[in-house]
Design a protein around this ligand. Structure first.
Ligand code: IMP
Ligand code: MG
Length: 185
């Protein structure tokens, strides 16, 4: 794929870098206030949330640790099986931390529901979910983030860590993906 083909699939920018930055600054300040004096661990599930995590943790100005996990969830029909395959686990013993999961997007909610179940079983001091994007129209499990930065309609989005076929994670904004998009002339 060349650059013009790449750009041709970007239908429109949904959320600009400036809009993302300003929301993250707000959430970072709130987290800093709420968790002051508490052992805080911010966890993200690779790969989609890596850009959000990088910006969010720098908007937090209290001491905190970060952790990454790789997780694949198994589904039976439309319900979550509760079986999640962790291909890379956290290094920290989370029973010693207040944990915030920083997620890229909640779509059906199945993966995150399984990860929450797994992490709760490890008895963290507390567990909250902050998601950059929420697509509530697509939800298949009963799951609501404690904080959602942007609610979006049922569109496939790319950029700011989110991919389509492993591409577009490096776009600095969130865009709608156009599968029919042609190379720019
Ligand atoms: P779930 O359906 O909520 O389990 O979503 C799991 C994962 O699918 C998310 O963490 C994303 O990595 C990916 N995903 C869901 N919707 C989109 C989208 O619109 N663009 C890119 N990735 C998505
Ligand atoms: Mg994800």
């Amino acid at each position: 794929m060349n650059s013009t083909e790449y750009r041709g699939k970007i239908k429109r920018v949904l959320i600009t870098k400036e809009e993302i930055d300003s929301k993250i600054a707000e959430v970072g300040a709130d987290i800093s206030r709420e968790y002051e004096g508490k052992p805080l661990l911010i966890v993200s599930i690779l790969k989609g949330a890596f850009v959000f995590m990088a910006d969010l943790c720098r908007a937090v100005d209290i001491p905190c640790e970060i952790g990454f996990m790789c997780a694949q969830s198994y589904y039976n029909g439309t319900s979550s099986s509760g079986i999640v395959n962790i291909t890379m686990d956290l290094a920290q013993d989370i029973s010693k931390y207040h944990v915030i999961i920083a997620e890229d997007i909640i779509d059906t909610g199945r993966t995150l529901a399984d990860v929450i179940k797994l992490l709760k079983a490890r008895n963290p001091l507390s567990l909250k979910v902050v998601t950059l994007l929420d697509k509530p129209d697509r939800r298949l499990v009963d799951l609501k983030a404690d904080r959602s930065l942007f609610t979006i309609p049922d569109l496939f989005v790319i950029g700011y860590g989110l991919d389509c076929g492993e591409m577009y994670r490096n776009l600095p904004y969130i865009a709608e993906y156009d599968p029919e998009g042609q190379a720019e002339k």
